[in-house]
Design a protein around this ligand. Structure first.
Ligand code: HEM
Ligand SMILES: *[C@@H]1O[C@H](CO)[C@@H](O)[C@H](O)[C@H]1NC(C)=O
Ligand SMILES: *[C@@H]1O[C@H](CO)[C@@H](O)[C@H](O)[C@H]1NC(C)=O
Length: 525
């Protein structure tokens, strides 16, 4: 009886809240100096479900109704989306007193990376830390990495159980491609950037630690930080152990004081110091290494999977890549010369176009966030709906107020039918004819303390972001992906399996192919 009554009261209560929330949106006059708010049934939850399931569908639908700039409710937060090239510019090149990346990201990243790095420090310190990392991403190091990646891919195909049927003499094998790319990515990144000690520990304790740490790298921690969930406890324990593991490596290296000719990132970081003369600490190095591991792992394994899947869907491009390998590396006797960094970088236009086009359709990060620190004025040109259904006000202009979060979604411009011919078709050739011009934008550059970087202003293609927070891993990612895909092209032909091309899954840290996402690899004779 009482139970029934309480349930009844609860249902009525919810109904009243929903009705009041809907009526207030329909009847109360809108504050014209704020962005339009996306209609939602439930307060607090807001548009969390529609956004979470398919952010791109949500963004495109909202753009139709509200224009390039609109606010939606996400678990009680007010999140303002700024679409299009101008919207991206607002977010990426907002002034430091207007937008903060660290306040948007720290609850997610600091428990995973550890303290004193990236978003746990003021922006000026992050800019110096990016300079340190750039020192480790040198051409000399990259030259050393290509044969190491080749070796890892060869070993994986020869020995890992993923390819067991081939090892037993079969001619083809069906592979869960994201699972395989995740393993190849961590193997190749640790052999190269992370260094020998990490690579040697990969099939021991390190793999388990990585797995536990990764379980706490989830989007929930953006919105509701530090819930007392088992995965967050595992994350915290793994972070402490992994931090100790890296600090142990650094200490041993300092003690051994070897003049070893290693090309890894730890070695490069150990030589760095801040502009005020302060040396980099072991804890900072350890936590920067964890940050790099996490930043590179998800983005590269997702991109590699999408690239191989797109190729499996359009095998004529596998053939084109194979022809390119023969043209550039072929010997008269039909064998290939070893892959070489300088050639990979500049003489493989088809490979370059394939990766570029993959990142156009499948940028791993769909929402780039900042916390708004002071009101951001939005120019009138941005605040009018494109397909204005009578609501448009040509001179409309408003502010994104302090306290909101602001989101850029360059992935929307990257498939905008107004900007790209056959925008949803995977067509690497578009980069061969138009060259890289279509990503250039205004060509503006600026130095934030770690070298000249594109502001991305005016560019509809920004899979690596722009401005002070722009990715520093782009060259490494191209090197890693280009080498891995080259090895697959040399050794295999492949197709999608009977499940066809997988839909995207937006619920993880990066956009992943929904399983089953399988490819059937066949050995070249
Ligand atoms: C296909 C591969 C990758 C893609 C698409 C990608 C994408 C991005 C994007 C969009 C940002 C900007 C985030 C923001 O503005 O909030 C970023 C930043 C960054 N990425 Fe990458 N990334 C990739 C690979 C890597 C790799 C391999 C590394 C490390 C070796 C890396 C390290 C970083 C770092 C350190 C930042 C700077 C964060 C900041 O300044 O706030 N990324 N990346
Ligand atoms: C409308 O929003 C602006 C900007 O945040 C604010 O200053 C103003 O007080 C708001 N007006 C009303 C009537 O709420
Ligand atoms: C994996 O671990 C085993 C034993 O712990 C070791 O012999 C082997 O060399 C390791 N493999 C790699 C590729 O590091």
């Amino acid at each position: 009886m009482t139970w029934m009554r309480m349930t009844g009261l609860f249902v009525v209560g919810i109904a009243v809240i929903v009705v009041l929330n809907v009526l207030s949106q329909l009847l109360l006059p809108r504050n014209r100096s704020l962005p339009p708010v996306v209609f939602h049934w439930f307060p607090v939850i807001g548009s969390a479900v529609t956004y979470g399931i398919d952010p791109y569908k949500f963004f495109f639908d909202c753009r139709e109704k509200y224009g390039d700039v609109f606010t939606f409710i996400l678990f009680g937060r007010q999140v303002t989306v700024a679409l299009g090239t101008k919207g991206s510019n607002l977010v990426f090149n907002g002034r430091l007193n207007q937008v903060s990346a660290e306040e948007a990201y720290t609850s997610l990243t600091t428990p995973v990376f550890g303290k004193e790095v990236v978003y746990d420090v003021p922006n000026a310190v992050l800019m110096e830390q990016k300079r340190f990392v750039k020192a480790g991403l040198s051409t000399a190091n990259f030259r050393a990495y290509v044969p190491q990646i080749v070796d890892e891919v060869n070993e994986f195909v020869k020995k890992d159980s993923t390819f067991a049927p081939l090892q037993l003499g079969a001619k083809s094998v069906t592979v869960d491609i994201f699972k395989a790319m995740s393993e190849i990515t961590i193997l190749t990144a640790s052999r190269t950037l992370q260094g020998k000690e990490v690579r040697d520990n990969l099939n021991k304790s390190f793999a388990g630690l990585y797995h536990d740490l990764d379980s706490g790298f989830t989007p929930i921690n953006f919105v509701i930080p530090n819930l007392p969930l088992p995965n967050n406890f595992r994350r915290d324990r793994a972070q402490r152990q992994m931090s100790a593991f890296y600090q142990g490596i650094i200490k041993k290296r300092r003690e051994a004081d070897t003049e070893d000719a290693g090309h890894d990132m730890i070695r490069a970081l150990m030589e760095q110091s801040y502009k005020d003369g302060r040396g980099i600490t072991d804890i900072e190095i350890a936590h920067m290494m964890i940050a790099l591991l996490m930043a590179g792992q998800h983005t590269s394994s997702a991109t590699g999977s999408w690239a191989l899947l797109r190729l499996g869907q359009r095998p004529e491009y596998i053939q084109e890549l194979y022809e390119e390998q023969k043209r550039v590396y072929g010997e008269p006797n039909g064998t290939f010369r070893p892959l070489d960094y300088d050639i990979q970088k500049s003489q493989l236009p088809v490979m370059d176009a394939v990766i570029r086009e993959t990142l156009r359709l499948h940028p791993p990060i769909h929402s780039i966030m900042r916390k708004v620190k002071s009101d951001i004025p939005v120019p009138a040109a941005l605040s009018t709906p494109k397909t204005a259904k009578g609501k448009a006000n040509e001179s409309a202009s408003f502010v994104i107020p302090k306290g909101h979060y602001v989101v850029a979604a360059p992935g929307v411009s990257q498939v905008d039918p107004c900007l790209w011919e056959d925008s949803d078709v995977f067509n690497p050739n578009r980069w061969m004819s138009s060259g890289k011009n279509s990503e250039q934008g205004d060509g503006e550059q600026e130095d934030y303390g770690w070298g000249m970087v594109s502001t991305g202003s005016g560019s509809p293609y920004l899979p690596f972001g722009a401005g002070r927070h722009r990715c520093i891993g782009e060259q490494f990612a191209y090197l890693q992906l280009g080498t891995i895909v080259s090895m697959f092209v040399r050794n295999f032909d492949w197709r999608l399996d009977g499940h066809g091309f997988p839909a995207p899954d937006y619920t993880s840290m990066v956009v992943l192919p929904k399983s089953p996402a399988n490819l059937v690899f066949t050995l070249r004779s």
